[in-house]
Design a protein around this ligand. Structure first.
Ligand SMILES: Cc1ncc(COP(=O)(O)O)c(C=O)c1O
Length: 327
């Protein structure tokens, strides 16, 4: 899979003890290197992944080219449409035509779309589509001789909330096809307006032209994380990117409200002007985190730190001073 595909795949291959090969992207275009992707295929390859679009840069991988490799080697191609699945499906109708990314492309065997992102539904239900019911059947598990009866389960998750599935259904019905097309139109328009605005700010450059709803920028003139932290101080919580350093935003319905994009462009311009005035020695929180990560060659140390943080969040030990106060 391209190195830009979501870490959910790294996590799954870790759980299932499968070897994952990450294919680099071209450092300038940030598009996956198709030649290296072909070279990565071995007799053990069981799946190829493409994103539509990927989270970091919002790029839609060249699905038709990747499909040719998939068909040639008889390997199923999975399209990760988790982030933008509920936009790309409506972009043609909204007036922003895309190249085919779905089952129209012969190698594509499965597609995922998160309904809780641009489907606007609550989290807890999602969508995986298979080209055939035969492929789908591999997802099911059944056990016939359990004393508790015949057990059958459709997915890795066991008990699931019917409430969330009902809420998902109700949301889909509420928007309907026309509603989704309209929201897609507004979000894509806002995305393009932001990309245009940011690209005109001196010192910033677009990491990739937005294919869907993500705008990602970097800088060759200053430490981009200063801008990220400056925007955070103004109430904009954008994401930091690395390799290359950058920041991005995935636009949502909220950003389509009147004046929001204009305000974001203006406040980004202010942050950039501040950074340009400073001598760039004043490290801000994100600059420190990513700067340190760059300097640590053994990434397992960084992973250990991240896991320590999660562990601390789960820790239920009550500090002795608050334990006393609790009585
Ligand atoms: C492109 C993409 N793929 C997959 C996922 C799935 O993530 P999760 O493991 O949270 O369901 C996400 C979530 O942000 C995503 O953006």
């Amino acid at each position: 899979m391209p190195v830009t595909a979501h870490p959910a795949f790294n996590k799954a291959s870790f759980y299932f003890k499968m070897k994952l090969i990450r294919v680099p992207v071209d450092p300038n275009t940030l598009e996956v290197d198709i030649k290296q992707m072909r070279r990565a295929i071995t007799k053990n390859t069981c799946m190829i992944v493409a994103s539509a679009p990927c989270f970091p840069h919002g790029t839609i991988d060249p699905i038709q080219d990747i499909s040719k490799i998939a068909v040639e080697y008889g390997v199923p191609l999975h399209v990760d449409g988790c982030l933008g699945g509920f936009l790309i499906a409506f972009m043609d109708k909204a007036g922003f035509p895309l190249k085919p990314f779905d089952f129209r492309v012969p190698g594509v065997m499965s597609i995922s779309c998160d309904s809780h992102k641009y489907g606007f539904t609550p989290k807890g239900a999602s969508v995986i589509l298979y080209r055939t019911s035969e492929i789908c059947s591999h997802q099911f598990y059944a056990l016939a001789d359990w004393p508790g009866g015949i057990y059958a389960s459709p997915s890795i998750a066991g008990s699931r909330s019917g409430f969330l599935i009902a809420c998902c259904w109700a949301t889909l019905m509420y928007y309907g096809l026309d509603g989704y097309v309209e929201e897609t139109r507004k979000i894509i328009q806002a995305t393009r307006a932001l990309a245009q605005g940011w690209s005109k700010i001196d010192g910033l450059y677009l990491l990739h032209n937005p294919d869907v709803s993500v705008v990602a920028v970097g800088s060759k003139a200053f430490n981009i994380y200063y801008v990220l932290d400056g925007l955070r101080e103004r109430g904009w919580h954008l994401n930091g990117l690395q390799n290359p350093a950058g920041l991005h935003i995935a636009l949502t319905q909220l950003h389509t409200l009147p004046g929001v994009i204009e305000k974001l462009i203006e406040e980004t311009r202010e942050c950039v002007a501040e950074v340009m005035k400073r001598d760039n020695t004043n490290d801000t929180p994100t600059a420190v985190i990513y700067g340190t990560n760059q300097k640590v060659p053994d990434k397992s140390i960084v992973c250990d730190m991240a896991k320590l943080y999660i562990g601390a969040c789960y820790n239920t030990t009550i500090p002795s001073s608050s334990a006393k106060n609790a009585h």
